[in-house]
Design a protein around this ligand. Structure first.
Ligand SMILES: [Zn+2]
Length: 148
């Protein structure tokens, strides 16, 4: 059976499919399809495939997750992207954007620089109320340490 990535990109799927392991961390088939579409549109389908093919099978899930955050971060924060959101303490905006994409929503650039944090904070807090995620607090400090 075709994986949800190939299905949405209308490409042939197989047991050796390189997209399949990319999507394992995403629970719902619909969200897997949304994520694939978004990342594929952002990086371009053939570039996405090259990026995925270049890393070992075991790292494809992490790579895809990273690409999704990068794409979402760039979309909502065109100038500084995901890294900009991270170092300014606005990582929750990036996470909210990813959640929105996974849910099939549309994300648009945040307006600079004031109203931004305001309007996105509401969205982010709504999301964290819906799904209190465990383990996230462990991950963030590690990411932040990269920039300290
Ligand atoms: Zn596939």
């Amino acid at each position: 059976m075709s994986c949800n990535g190939c299905r949405v990109l209308r490409r042939g799927c197989s047991d050796e499919c390189i997209l399949r392991p990319c999507l394992e961390w995403i629970e719902s088939p619909q969200a897997q399809a949304q994520a694939t579409l978004f990342v594929s549109k952002f990086f371009g389908r053939s570039d996405l495939m090259s990026l995925v093919a270049a890393v070992p099978h075991s790292q494809r899930s992490v790579l895809f997750q990273s690409l999704l955050f990068e794409a979402c971060g760039r979309k909502v924060n065109p100038v500084n992207g995901a890294v900009g959101l991270l170092i300014t303490g606005n990582w929750h905006i990036c996470r909210a954007a990813v959640e929105t994409v996974l849910a099939g929503g549309v994300i648009t650039p945040i307006s600079p620089p004031d109203g931004v944090v305001k309007c996105m904070e509401t969205e982010a807090s709504e999301i964290s109320e819906e799904s209190p995620e465990s383990g996230e607090s462990d991950k963030e400090p590690k990411l932040l340490n990269l920039f300290s």
